[in-house]
Design a binder for this molecule. Structure first.
Ligand SMILES: N[C@@H](CCC(=O)N[C@@H](CS)C(=O)NCC(=O)O)C(=O)O
Length: 202
């Protein structure tokens, strides 16, 4: 069975839990307490030398990094709807996986972590980066329902959690109508699983 090394408040872990739920896969979780440094123990570092969550162990196949895990799960358990196998489709999905790891991290994820977890980073830079990322997303989603291939793919799952939680980082979501509509479309997918105990914006 798949074992997910998981921290419930982590948006990167939420990507994985959400996708496991959309695929209707059984899994168990092993909670990793980041405040206690459980991600830096010698045992944990043998699975992920970066000392971060999430990690999955699928009967001995160990994968770290939320984007890599989405690719693995889609290829192994999903179908080509979630992760296409043609060059154009793969490229279209991959650019948003990179966006999730770079722009969504430098902006929305850091802005939230500053407010919620007292992360030592510059709030003005994080909010500026968040606005830049949201503008790119909003512009794309003004013409498209989904990020790639005209259907829900792992691109949407990778970008969604930190977009849906960016308001927790004191970023005003009200100017981004297309992003808000896309968030509602994702939350209407069969098997959608929300972030545990996540408050919703007013
Ligand atoms: N690119 C990685 C980033 C993983 C990451 O930064 N995880 C954070 C939690 S969201 C973490 O484990 N932080 C603990 C640490 O850096 O010590 C991914 O997408 O999985």
């Amino acid at each position: 069975m798949i074992k997910l090394y998981d921290t419930p408040v982590s948006g990167n872990c939420h990507k994985v839990r959400l996708f496991l739920s959309l695929l209707n896969l059984d899994y168990k979780t092993q909670s990793v307490n980041l405040l206690k440094g459980e991600q830096k123990t010698p045992e944990y570092l043998t699975m992920n030398p970066l000392g971060k969550v999430p990690v999955i162990d699928d009967d001995g196949t160990v994968i770290w990094d939320s984007q890599a895990i989405l690719v693995y799960l889609a290829k192994k358990y999903g179908d080509t709807d979630w992760y296409p196998d043609d060059a154009e489709g793969m490229g279209a999905v991959q650019k948003w996986l990179s966006f999730a790891a770079n722009e969504m991290w430098a902006g929305p994820a850091i802005a939230r972590a500053i407010v919620k977890f007292k992360r030592d980073a510059n709030p003005e830079t994080a909010v500026k980066n968040s606005i830049a990322a949201l503008r790119v997303l909003d512009s794309w989603l003004s013409d498209e329902e989904w990020l790639a291939c005209d259907r829900p793919t792992i691109a949407d799952i990778a970008v969604y959690p930190y977009a849906a939680m960016v308001w927790e980082g004191n970023v005003d979501m009200s100017p981004y109508d297309a992003v808000n509509e896309w968030i509602r479309r994702i939350e209407a997918l069969p098997g959608y699983l929300g972030m545990e105990n996540m408050p919703r914006p007013n």
